[in-house]
Ligand binder design. Structure first.
Ligand SMILES: NC(=O)c1ccc[n+]([C@@H]2O[C@H](COP(=O)([O-])OP(=O)(O)OC[C@H]3O[C@@H](n4cnc5c(N)ncnc54)[C@H](OP(=O)(O)O)[C@@H]3O)[C@@H](O)[C@H]2O)c1
Length: 281
């Protein structure tokens, strides 16, 4: 059993996001005072405005870093490393960085954060299951067709509950300093199989269509997405989804002492909540 030794307060960046909300609630359940930081949150924090960083960090004992939109965007590695350095100077004792699996730029960010804060814990995550219910893929699921430029490449989708739990462990327990947890789910699924599981769980017919990358890029542009986000999505669904992440890891077991949650449990939970029911959303 890990030794729980909460430190307080903890500055949680991206606090209103998929991981941040869960990190916040779990830390609070452990008695930690959380500074919930984002552009619109109670603690003003903007990655693009360093003047907001110092006040947010003042007096903090811990720091959770979830960079938005993604560590793969130009300049992100230097930005998160600068925050880590500022945090160390401000006396922050525990730092966790949320990173992405198979992304060269995310690994650069990990190295730079480690240079600034050698004791930082890295949680390097596979694609989140919750992308299907709380993010970019929800619209397609509700419309009954998800189209992506990814063929039959297996991906070990990870539950954000597990990602956040690993981050919370790093911030509130002994024994995680300097560790790298590469976290995946317990099973690989192609995107087509994942969508089929969602269809079965929610009792609806949902198609998965593998589209040519150029068609996908054109559709994103036509939908009015910023070029930076189009470029990021193309990178994630072509380069990062080329099969390099088609393997399972033991990161959740190592961080939490239990196996990761399966996609079927995730799908059953979301279906029961009504979030995939077009009539209720
Ligand atoms: N999705 C995946 O499958 C996946 C897999 C592995 C790793 N990751 C990593 O997860 C991270 C994103 O975490 P998430 O998915 O939990 O977040 P999210 O759900 O995308 O939410 C983004 C959060 O960041 C805040 N934010 C956005 N722009 C900001 C800015 N300029 N300055 C300060 N805060 C800003 C948002 O709040 P405001 O709008 O109020 O600012 C929100 O709290 C990325 O670094 C990504 O690389 C994602």
């Amino acid at each position: 059993m890990p030794t729980i030794s909460p430190i307080s307060p903890v500055l949680v960046t991206g606090a209103s996001g998929k991981t941040g909300t869960r990190v916040t609630h779990s830390l609070e359940a452990r008695g930690v005072t959380v500074r919930a930081a984002s552009r619109s949150g109670p603690v003003p924090f903007d990655w693009d405005d360093r003047a907001t960083w110092g006040p947010a960090l003042e007096g903090a004992a811990g720091l959770s870093i979830a960079y938005a939109p993604d560590l793969a965007v130009p300049g992100a590695a230097d930005t998160v490393a600068a925050l880590a350095a500022m945090a160390v100077d401000a006396g922050v004792r525990r730092i966790v960085l949320l990173s992405g699996r198979g992304e060269e730029d995310a690994e650069l960010a990990e190295r730079l954060v480690r240079d600034a804060a050698p004791g930082a814990t890295i949680v390097r995550a596979a694609f989140f299951m919750q992308n299907f219910s709380e993010s970019v893929f929800l619209e397609g699921i509700l419309e009954g067709e998800l189209a992506l430029p990814v063929g039959d490449v297996p991906e070990p989708f990870v539950d954000v509950e597990d990602v956040a739990a690993a981050m919370v462990a790093a911030l509130s327990e002994e024994g995680h300093a300097g560790r790298l947890y590469e976290v995946t789910g317990p099973r690989m699924l192609t995107w087509r199989e994942a969508v089929a599981e969602i269809g079965r769980a929610s009792g609806r017919e949902i198609d998965y269509v593998a589209v040519p990358p150029a068609d996908y890029a054109a559709a994103l542009a036509a939908a009015g997405l910023e070029p930076e986000i189009t470029e990021l999505l193309m990178y994630l669904f072509t380069e990062v989804s080329d099969g390099r992440n088609a393997s399972l890891t033991r990161g959740v077991q190592e961080a939490l002492g239990r196996p990761p949650r399966d996609f079927a449990a995730y799908a059953a939970g979301v279906a029961a909540s009504g979030a995939w029911d077009p009539a209720r959303v």
